[in-house]
Design a protein around this ligand. Structure first.
Ligand SMILES: Cc1ncc(COP(=O)(O)O)c(C=O)c1O
Length: 407
């Protein structure tokens, strides 16, 4: 709660922005003057090595992905000017959704304009009064908002939060739910596969076992795991040696590893997708994913399915980067994901370090409150399969410089 808020929008907004400016917390949008890649051109900074995109597989500017998008635009035009159930579904949506279902080995999939949109659609649509949704406390904001929205729309829907990756706490909450006469319906457990700010992974086998024991459905948002985790990039479940069908529902984004344009999806049972088509408010009252993106994302998944070499490259780049970060004396949160958070605690310090890195030609974003909890500000280094030796060397070299300057 911001104590500077008041009744007048203009005055309170000016006070908030002034406070953010004075405390070094103001975010500035960087203008990129060209395609996303391992090096990008930033207005005012020129060419810099980019370590803050989710372009994990380097497909955002892949010639085949770009060409598929152009071809889609030529073939289908800009769009249908309609929501999907009226006359707004192209056959490229059908192809993309079949591809996503095949990629996961699940029955059916449905696409959205973003994964944010998917998460806001899934819970209010599939959950009913009497159900309970249990959510990991570090889940992505779109899950938190989706669950909140579900509880507002469906009066009598219960929601709870379990401590981050704490299976004992999840078990206790499931036990309590089964003893609660108000929880008369389905229990849903939702977790990120890879947690976006920590870079750690959910213990999906452990969560699956609990869900099976307590007859709960397991939903995984694998936006940061897709294309990254597992030998063939299927996601966090593959990392754990699980089949996609061992999860009940997955949500994911097309705006990161899978082409990077935009878009999201749900993938699970045909019944879930059928219900979404009938009842989902974002699907009934909002236009489809643009055809050009449906086509480029479809191509990105096809390329990933045809060549897991990109995933292997990402893994070896990540290992090299993590070793480099440790070698210059920074602590990086441990995991095998492509998200390498360096905790520096103070928000203003994280932003200042990130600005200095940019002056040195390395683009790494500093995250602070409210994106992460107060006192846990960090530099989040993200690795791509497209990074080459020169990029990884620049990262280590310039991190060494700021380590010295900010000590
Ligand atoms: C875990 C997770 N879920 C959902 C989203 C939202 O994805 P999109 O950009 O497709 O809305 C993100 C993006 O940051 C994310 O990290």
């Amino acid at each position: 709660m911001n104590t500077m808020t008041g009744p007048d929008f203009g005055a309170r907004t000016a006070a908030i922005l002034e406070h953010l400016g004075e405390t070094g917390q103001l975010k500035r949008l960087q203008m990129i003057e060209g395609p996303m890649g391992p090096s990008i051109t930033l207005r005012g900074s020129g060419e810099v090595a980019c370590f803050c995109s989710n372009n994990y597989l380097g497909l955002a500017n892949d010639p085949e992905v770009v060409e598929a998008g152009i071809e889609g635009l030529r073939r289908y035009g800009a769009g249908t000017a309609s929501v999907r159930f009226i006359c707004g579904t192209f056959d490229c949506h059908e192809r993309l959704e079949a591809r996503i279902a095949e990629f996961y080995g699940m029955e059916a999939s449905y696409s959205f304009t973003s994964c944010w949109n998917a998460n806001e659609a899934v819970f209010p649509t599939l959950c009913d009064p009497g159900d309970l949704i249990l959510s990991d406390e570090l889940n992505h904001a779109s899950i938190i908002d989706g669950v909140r929205l579900a509880a507002v729309i469906k009066k009598g829907l219960h929601k709870g939060v379990y401590r981050h990756s704490d299976l004992d706490d999840l078990r206790a909450k499931l036990q309590a739910a089964r003893a609660n006469p108000e929880v008369t319906g389905q229990i849903w457990v939702i977790t990120d596969g890879v947690f976006s700010m920590e870079g750690d992974i959910a213990d999906l086998p452990g969560i699956r076992a609990l869900c099976s024991e307590f007859d709960a459905l397991l939903v995984v948002d694998d936006s940061h795991g897709t294309g990254v985790m597992g030998e063939t990039g299927r996601g966090t479940h593959e990392h754990w040696g699980m089949a996609g069908s061992e999860l009940d529902l997955v949500t994911g984004t097309l705006g990161k590893a899978l082409g990077g344009g935009a878009g999201g999806y749900m993938v699970g049972s045909k019944a879930m997708v059928d219900l979404m088509i009938q009842r989902g408010r974002p699907t009934l009252f909002s236009n489809a994913l643009p055809a050009t993106i449906a086509c480029s994302a479809d191509k990105a998944i096809e390329l990933l399915m045809g060549d897991p070499g990109r995933v292997a490259r990402l893994r070896s780049n990540t290992e090299q980067a993590r070793n480099g970060i440790r070698a210059v004396g920074f602590e990086v949160l441990e995991s095998t994901t492509a998200i390498c958070p360096i905790i520096v605690h103070d928000t203003a310090r994280a932003i200042a370090m990130s600005q200095r890195l940019l002056e040195l030609g390395v683009f790494v974003i500093g995250f602070g409150y409210p994106v992460v909890p107060e006192g846990e500000a960090r530099l989040r280094v993200q690795i791509s399969a497209a990074h080459e030796e020169t990029h990884l060397a620049a990262l280590t070299e310039q991190l060494a410089v700021i380590r010295e300057e900010f000590s």
